[in-house]
Design a protein around this ligand. Structure first.
Ligand code: SF4
Length: 121
């Protein structure tokens, strides 16, 4: 099965790419061009707390993910309910917007809080 959407908060496993780096203030600094996650990358950064330090992108596996409701990703829906934003109108310079699952569901509202989401808290 071929998946059309990209998960912006995926595990850091071979085959994923580095979407961003968690910075000291807890915000995501998006990486461009995307860096492939492979053995070289994992050897360089180590595997401890990987999803606390980076955000990774990978094909959205829909029903293969516990966050899938049957028709949507619950992560971004819950995050939008929980996180109040300052209404920043600018779109972060990520590399996956055309296929991003969160953007497809929530549009700019997803992008407004995306820099605040850390995969493994
Ligand atoms: S900034 Fe928007 S399009 Fe880019 S990964 Fe985040 S939610 Fe998706």
């Amino acid at each position: 099965m071929e998946f059309e959407r990209t998960c912006p908060s995926a595990p850091g496993v071979p085959g994923s790419t580095v979407l961003g780096v968690v910075t000291g203030n807890g915000r995501i600094a998006y990486v461009s061009p995307p860096v492939p996650v492979d053995d070289v990358f994992l050897d360089a950064v180590g595997t401890i707390d990987l999803e606390k330090r980076f955000r990774f992108a990978h094909a959205c596996v829909e029903g293969g993910c516990p966050q899938w409701t049957g028709s949507r990703c619950s992560v971004i829906d819950s995050a939008i309910e929980e996180i109040a934003t300052a209404g920043d109108a600018s779109l972060p310079a990520c590399t996956i917007r055309k296929t991003c699952r969160w953007f497809a569901q929530q549009g700019r509202n997803a992008c407004a809080i995306c820099p605040l989401v850390i995969t493994d808290t």
